[in-house]
Design a protein. Structure first.
Lengths: 384, 453
């Protein structure tokens, strides 16, 4: 979160304003972790969530379930502890408070308690293997670097963050309407993107092949910096693409992105877009018009909007209906139900100055979880 | 299944004869003649091996469909047309016994039977497909008229996106959990809604094949248990030897009855070795010339090959004697080695022992220290193989292809590529037997020789 966003957003918490006498040193201090895990970290909620109803309170629950989940801790000196497992909420809480990890990763649920993994052979009937794992997507703003000019790298601003919002809307709708998932958590990843956690039982039990199929379903951009970046759909589109375009993308593109990013304003910028169109006759026609235009003064209509209209008209007249659907997500990272899992929901202990201020002011009062850590409204723990 | 030795066979028509593609759910309640037990299985094995070769050669789906149809027609027809289905089912179950016994065998059989099923399904009529769908216990339901109307627009969009004809009013769609059809989802080839995919008739093969594969995989494990615990012992005098032989069987001509005996004389051998011997035999031949000796495995492999090539017994004796006497002396040769050569040419030849070895047999042999038999593509180090191929005149481009096949353990394909490189001509059937290599080579070179003469 940038300074602006943390001051403009998150107004739901009541603040009196920073007290005069407190001088908070810049930078990270390991003592803050102790306080964080002692007062802010939602141990009970994490336990409840990861239990998925198997919290031992009703007869039908699987008492071993939570204990079979792997956690990993990254300690201060970059030591990485894998295969941490806990049998109760208090075990989890005590271990975290004692070790004060700078990062916590949540791994899969295995067939047996990870602590006992060495007792099981790698083949045959009795195996130590992952059996459940949330379906996770990871979208980085840097994947959009070739369509945003306001920032680059890990920087984000109000102009380009909407690219993320749009991706979230497209994917979230598909996950619910197309795939029938209900329990979806979108969370800011702490740096430059978002993570999506799909927690339905059906999702947790997906095979690698099925996860790959879902990712491929979303994929429209088949290329990278080294390949030919042609995005074309010669002809009619699949209902998913049609819906994404009509309900989310078209409006966003034409009314926001075009203008805020000045996508057609310079030759360098419009060439990037022209390079995505396979039809040479179309691109040379447009190039001709736009190189001319530079010299003559324009009407009051914004040049970006004007050129976009020209592009659409030229394409449609060329009888080649190319719908310019810009890359949704170039990098969708899937969480595999394998031993080499990707880090997922990570609670960063590196606190920013702003959050510290809140903390001191709060003085023991627990802030509402939803806003502090960016959980969406769909956060739910009573699953499957 | 009851196996009987009688001449007559009594058969019942199984229930699922509507669709000619059986489900292979249960071993049929039939009496089967012992001879049919073996012959049916070998015929089916030919089909499976044909598929295996074609897949290894990277044939496209359209080509595979045609190939399967031809292979099936050529091998699985029964003189009595009504018995076709029985042969199909019986051969499948016999091969289950043969191929359940190790992990590798099971894997191969599963892949080939699944491929066979896929293409036979695709070759069937719409009616047959639909009937089969009913039989399979698939988690899918044909959608109702109302559901179709509601989804019609979306279904049309999908069809248009792939340049397919639009679904007609009576088109059948199946509603299936999306997890069952990952390939279709990945390619956005289906409309999905609330977790269900709407699968068109022509896409249904993917569902059927997945289910078939899964069923067969489980069945093979069970069959293996039964085999190991009871059948193998119970049948040790009757079926077991047949089953064990089947997995090693070579299915082409056995070159035991050479038509052209006497056409090859000793003086031709050196030249023939260079021009028409496959690498395995060339190596043995060269070593024999070099060391004036070969150990038993080599003597058998090369000796029987030469017999298959058409070397007369007298010439064979002279040839081996000329070499061996340089090492062990003429007397010892007569005493210790000549008899086995005569035996190889004996009239009372037992079926398997005295026929020239097939590639399969050679590949599965285990040459030890001092041995030179076996299959060089399998038993040589890459370095030695490259050197040997170089001496045969294989160019660098072809050499890489050959080595690539070897790395993937397709030894016969490697030999086929060598043949093609050396003769500058294609060998579509692939090499399965050293004598086949020789006769194919001879066919190509012979007209040239005649012209030259």
């Amino acid at each position: 979160m940038t300074k602006e966003e943390s001051k403009n957003g998150s107004d739901d918490m009541l603040i009196d304003g920073p007290k005069q006498g407190n001088v908070i040193p810049d930078g990270f201090n390991p003592n803050y972790l102790k306080v964080y895990y002692g007062r802010l970290f939602p141990h009970a909620d994490i336990f409840k969530w990861m239990s998925y109803g198997n919290d031992g309170r009703h007869p039908a629950c699987d008492k071993s379930y939570f204990g079979r989940r792997e956690f990993s801790f990254t300690l201060d000196n970059d030591i990485y502890l894998r295969f941490q497992s806990f049998n109760s909420e208090s075990e989890l809480e005590n271990s975290i408070k004692e070790k004060c990890p700078s990062k916590i990763d949540i791994g899969p649920v295995y067939s047996v308690d990870p602590a006992k993994r060495h007792a099981y052979a790698q083949g045959g009937d009795n195996v130590f293997a992952p059996v459940e794992r949330e379906l996770i997507f990871d979208i980085d703003i840097t994947d959009y670097d070739d369509v945003r000019y306001c920032c680059s790298g890990a920087d984000v601003c109000l102009e380009c963050w909407p690219l993320m919002t749009v991706a979230i809307k497209v994917i979230d709708t598909a996950l619910r309407d197309d795939f029938g998932f209900d329990h979806i958590l979108w969370v800011y990843s702490g740096r430059r993107g978002v993570h999506c956690w799909v927690c339905d039982g059906k999702a947790r039990r997906l095979t690698n092949e099925q996860r790959g199929a879902i990712a491929d379903y979303f994929r429209v951009y088949k290329g990278n910096e080294n390949s030919n970046k042609k995005v074309s759909f010669p002809g009619p589109l699949h209902p998913f693409l049609v819906r994404s375009y009509t309900e989310v993308l078209r409006e966003f593109f034409e009314e926001k992105l075009l203008l805020s990013q000045n996508l057609f304003s310079t030759e360098e910028r419009y060439e990037k877009i022209l390079s995505m169109i396979p039809d040479e006759s179309v691109t040379s026609e447009l190039r001709g018009k736009w190189q001319e235009n530079r010299r003559s003064s324009n009407s009051k209509e914004d040049i970006n909007f004007f050129r976009w209209e020209q592009l659409k008209n030229t394409l449609q007249s060329g009888k080649q209906k190319v719908v310019f659907v810009f890359p949704l997500t170039q990098k969708i990272v899937k969480s595999w139900i394998q031993l080499q899992y990707q880090p997922c929901l990570s609670f960063y202990g590196n606190l920013t100055r702003e959050i510290l201020e809140w903390m001191l002011i709060m003085n023991g009062r627990k802030p509402h979880l939803g806003n502090q850590l960016g959980f969406s409204d769909h956060h739910s723990c009573s699953l499957c | 299944m009851e196996i009987v030795r009688s001449q007559r066979s009594r058969t019942n028509t199984p229930n699922d004869s509507v669709s000619t593609l059986p489900l292979y759910r249960y071993a049929p309640q039939l009496e089967v003649r012992l001879e049919d037990f073996e012959v049916f299985a070998m015929d089916r094995l030919r089909v499976l091996k044909g598929i295996s070769d074609a897949l290894a050669r990277g044939k496209r789906p359209e080509e595979m469909e045609n190939l399967v149809r031809d292979l099936w027609k050529a091998n699985m027809r029964h003189p009595e047309a009504s018995e076709d289905v029985n042969k199909d089912i019986i051969s499948h179950f016999v091969l289950r016994l043969v191929y359940c016994r190790t992990e590798d065998l099971r894997k191969w059989f599963l892949s080939m039977e699944t491929a066979l099923y896929r293409y036979r399904f695709l070759l069937g009529s719409s009616e047959a497909k639909r009937a089969l769908m009913e039989e399979f216990d698939l988690p899918c339901k044909a959608i109702s008229r109302t559901e179709f109307e509601n989804a019609k627009e979306k279904l049309e969009q999908v069809a248009r996106s792939f340049d397919q004809p639009l679904p007609t009013a009576d088109a059948i769609f199946y509603k299936v959990p999306f997890e069952e059809v990952p390939e279709l989802v990945a390619g956005r080839r289906v409309y999905i809604h609330k977790g269900h995919a709407y699968v068109a008739m022509h896409q249904v093969v993917s569902l059927v094949v997945t289910q078939f594969r899964s069923n067969l995989s489980k069945a093979l494990i069970l069959t293996n248990r039964k085999w190991t615990s009871t059948i193998r012992e119970q049948e040790r005098d009757r079926l077991t030897p047949i089953v064990e032989a089947l997995s090693m069987s070579y299915l082409g001509p056995d070159y035991s009855q050479t038509k052209e005996f006497g056409e090859i004389s000793i003086k031709d051998l050196d030249q023939l070795a260079r021009s028409s011997f496959p690498l395995c035999m060339r190596h043995l031949f060269d070593k024999l010339r070099e060391d004036h000796h070969l150990k038993h495995g080599g003597r058998m492999q090369l000796g029987l090959f030469l017999k298959g090539v058409g070397l007369r017994m007298e010439d064979a004796l002279a040839f081996w004697k000329a070499e061996f006497s340089q090492k062990v002396g003429a007397e010892r040769f007569d005493k210790e080695y000549a008899y086995s050569i005569r035996h190889n040419y004996g009239k009372e030849g037992k079926r398997t022992d005295y026929t020239p070895y097939s590639c399969q047999k050679i590949i599965s042999s285990t040459p030890g220290v001092g041995d030179h038999h076996g299959c060089p593509y399998r038993h040589f180090s890459e370095e030695n193989l490259r050197a040997a191929l170089g001496r045969m005149g294989v160019g660098s481009r072809a050499m890489e292809d050959v080595v690539d096949k070897v790395r993937n353990r397709h030894y016969q394909l490697a030999c086929t590529l060598t043949f093609e490189a050396v003769h500058s001509s294609s060998c579509d059937a692939g090499i399965n037997h050293p004598n086949q290599y020789f006769s194919d080579s001879h066919k190509i070179l012979q007209p040239k020789n005649n012209n030259a003469a």
